[in-house]
Each structure stands twice: as C-alpha cells, then as structure tokens.
Design a protein. Sequence first.
Length: 534
Amino acid sequence: MTILNIIYNLTKIISTLIVVYIIKFYFSWYTRENPIPGPIPLPLIGNLHQIGKDMEKGALKLQKQYGDIFEVLLGSTRAIFISRADLVEKIYSPALKNNAFAHRTSPNSGLDELGLSKSGITFNMDLEAWKFNRRILGHTVMSPKFLKENVNFINQICDELENYWLQLGPETIHNFSNWTSCFATDITLTATTGTKSYATAFYYNSLSNSVKVEIPNSIINEFLKFMDSIYMFISSIMFFFNIPSIIRHHFPIIKSLQKKHEINNEWLNIELEKIISKRKQEIENIPLDQSINYNVLNLLIITNTERNPDKISGIDHTRSITDIEIRNTLKEIFSAGLDTTRNASCFILYYILKYPDVKDKLIKEYESVYGDLGKKLNITRESLDKLIYTEAVINETTRIQPLVSVLMRSASFDTEIGGYKIKKGTDVFTNFIGIHTHKAHWDEPENFNPDRFLKDNNNHNNIIKNSHLNFGGGIRICPGRHWAMDNIKILFVRLLTKFEISLVNPDNPLKIEFDIVRHCDELEIYIKEKKTIS
Ligand code: HEM
C-alpha cells in the first residue's frame, strides 16, 4: 500500500466520521423534545457565531427574528433566552420553597476550582449555604444602622471629591468614568472595611501639577496592590467560568494565565483573612457596652454574637459567620458592587446632561428637600427617601441602560415556561434590554421619560411586574440595592447642587461596551463651581 493510498483511506474514514457526526447532530437537534423557536445551530459551535461576543446585541437580534422566547446552543449547551415580563414570572418568583430557578448557573468546573460553587452567594450551588450567607449579608447591608452610617461615609468621600475638582479648576476636562471608578472604590472599601481608601486621592495626584495630597508611598503601594488583586479576582470569575478546564490546564499561554489567577486568588484570600482576624481582635478588645462602627466587616463579625442583640431568626441561621465565609462575602461585595455603582453613575449623569429639563426638576426636588442649596446640605438617610424624582431618574436610566443586560439563572428541577418544557440544569437568560424596551410593557420605550416611574395620587404607576429588572428579582434580587441607591442619590445631590456640569461632546452617544456589567469607560465632562445667588 502506497502512502497515497493510506492518506486516501484515512481521508475517507475521517470524512465518513464527520458526515456521521453531522447527521447525528442534526438528527438529535431536529428531533429534540419540545423544541423552542431558534436559529439552526452549527455542529461544535452551536449558535455561538450568532450570539457573538456581545451577547446583548446577539440576544436582541435573535429576539427580533424568533420572538420573546428562543433557544440556542452555546457550544453544545442548550440555553434559553427570554424577553417578556410574563415569561420571567417563575424566574423572579419570591418563593423560597420549590423555586424552579433558585440556582444561578448549571454546574461549572471553573467555579468549583475558584471555590465559588460551594461558598459565598452569587454562584453557590449549595442552596442551604447560599441562604445562610445571603441572610447574613442582607442583615448587614440592608440594616438601618449600616445605611445610616453609610451616609456619613459617602458624605465624607463627596467632600473629598468636591475639593479635588475645585482645585483642578474649570478648564480641566474630566473623564467622569475614571472619577466614578475611584469614587465607587472609595465608598465600597470604606463602608465595607471601615478604613480609609485612597483611589480618588491617588487619581487626583496623577492629574494635579501643583498641589498634591500627601499619602505615604508604602500606603499607596499596598493599596494599589490590593485593588489590582481585587480586579484580577473579578476578571478570574469569567476566565474560570467560560474557559473549559482542559484548555485552562493544558494550553501553553492560557495555562500560565490560569496560574496567575490562582496565585492572585491565594494572595487575596490571605490578605483578607489577615484583615478579618485583626479586626476580630480589635473588636474583642472593645468592652461589650461600648458601641463599634457599623461598617460591613464589623457587622458581619458581630452578627449572631452576644455583641449584637439583633439576632437573625430561623432554624440554622442562628450561628455566627466563619472567617472563610466573611472573606468570601467581602470578595462578593467587591465583585458585585464596584462596577455596577461606577457605571450606573456614568449612565445617569449622561442622561441628566442630555435632558436639561430633567436636571431642572432634580434641582427643584433638592431645594424642596434640603432648602437653601447655597448652604451646607443636611443629607440624612431619611432625606434620601424623599428624593422620589431622583429615584425615577435612576430607574428610567437603568431601564434604557441596565447595568446587566443578560442575566443567568438555571433550572433547579424540570419545569416549564410559556408551555415549553425546561430540563433541570438548563441555563435560562433574561434579556433585560429586550424586556426593558418591550412595546407590550412600555409606551414609547425609546424615549427617556422618568415621569413614567412616578406614582399618582392613588400611589399607583403603570409599571408592569417584572418589566424593570435593574436589580433582578425574586429570591436572588440584589441584596445591595438599597445601599447602591443611597450612594448614587447622594452623589447626584452633591454634584448637581455644587457644580455646573456639561458634556464635552454633547452630540456623541453614550459609549457602552458589553461585559458582565455594561461599561462606560469614557464620559468627558466640564465641571465648574456653581455661582451662589446672594
Ligand atoms: C447599581 C448597583 C447595582 C446593580 C445594578 C446590581 C444589580 C444586580 C443584579 C441584576 C443582580 C442579579 C439578581 C437576580 O439574579 O435576580 C445582583 C445580584 C447581586 N448583587 Fe447587586 N447590583 C448593584 C450593586 C450591588 C452592591 C453595592 C452589592 C453589595 C452588597 C451587590 C451585591 C449583590 C450580590 C451579592 C448579588 C447576588 C445575589 C444572589 O445571587 O443571591 N450589588 N445585583
């Protein structure tokens, strides 16, 4: 047999195998049980080429073609996309018992390796452990004492921010996105750990040629290393989640990236554990009758201990939280709270600046709640609840520009949506933009109109259930929502009452990139101090 013959025969065998594979693939696809409309997939990649890297655009395009519920294959995994409020009813059900979508994802070996599927909140597959950690976090970040103290933290950070802008002067062009990144870092770190954070100061120093904030180099280096590590941890979630184990462990460049992520994760764990044990020691040394600061870390440590009489009720939720659980909760706060708050602030400012009448109404609201805006404002936790129009502006912005555009949940057991059977473990994505701009739910959905969120005299508005899902819903609704809302409200009261702000390029559209959290990395603005009318 000649070499040519061998090659010929081998080619024949391989071609036959490929043809058999393709026939088998399409046979099982066409004969699948209870099919949902959707594009025809390709072998191996499924519909990845149609969903694309920008899942948000892919989902909207396929919604137009196949309707409000469609199915695709992501590689070889079946996924369902839903784009109408009534169809997500089960996903956002508030019932703890027999909740068909209690899980965030189907089992994922990357999340197992990162240690996220058996601990923490967002990706915890163990629902009992999830429930416990979530209750403790909720008990902390939604507690009136934390939210009250948080207002003081934020006010101090806003004082700092204001000062930097005044010193940089009115000629400076500011990339608001960079500032909000620093602002979100400072508010999150300060309120979480109770210690000073230096992101805004460091950024100011990088812009100012004259006056600089004095921060010892050792502190700056430590701080930057810590922040880099947090951001690397955040990016490792998608790295471990999306890249199959075999590629992460065996492909040359990816293998070294995997190692870097592992080293970083270990380093971050050790640093956080050091912070926790030091703080525990400090708290132990404070007499029981002396109060402590209500930052998240302190509250997590004292929950369900004799220092905090405000115990969590319920079977199995009466123990205190372990150091490892605290560490993972802190990581969770950083990964869920930083980018969301930062980008939400950018989106909101853009819309306020594009719509001067909305800005005027906001200022009127601030005058009615805080009185003379030329004086120091008394921003209290209670006053934030009176900012009804501000809340409507935040809601309307996040309706048009949600922070998360496609949100994943996974079927906890065999179930059904819209008459279609959904098997246990199937990933179901909510297409937030699809729902937030659906003509069946919203009049003129493309128009920016905060008034639609205002209630009439009978305390009623026309918002359809599950048609605005900025913070998700049901049993997994964002536990940081009140905290985030307060932070954003304070930022805008402080900004709009003290400064005249305008867009450098008012005709440019908002630049947004798709990611787990939608990003705006460039929003150029001018800021100058408002003239007070005497
Ligand atoms: C503007 C700011 C924020 C937005 C838009 C946002 C949005 C969301 C969304 C859409 C979800 C998914 C909910 C669901 O599955 O139904 C979520 C979950 C979560 N968020 Fe937020 N979030 C924000 C800020 C925060 C903050 C400040 C924290 C800090 C505590 C936080 C902690 C979490 C956690 C731990 C989860 C997972 C909940 C679970 O799976 O049970 N978020 N958030």
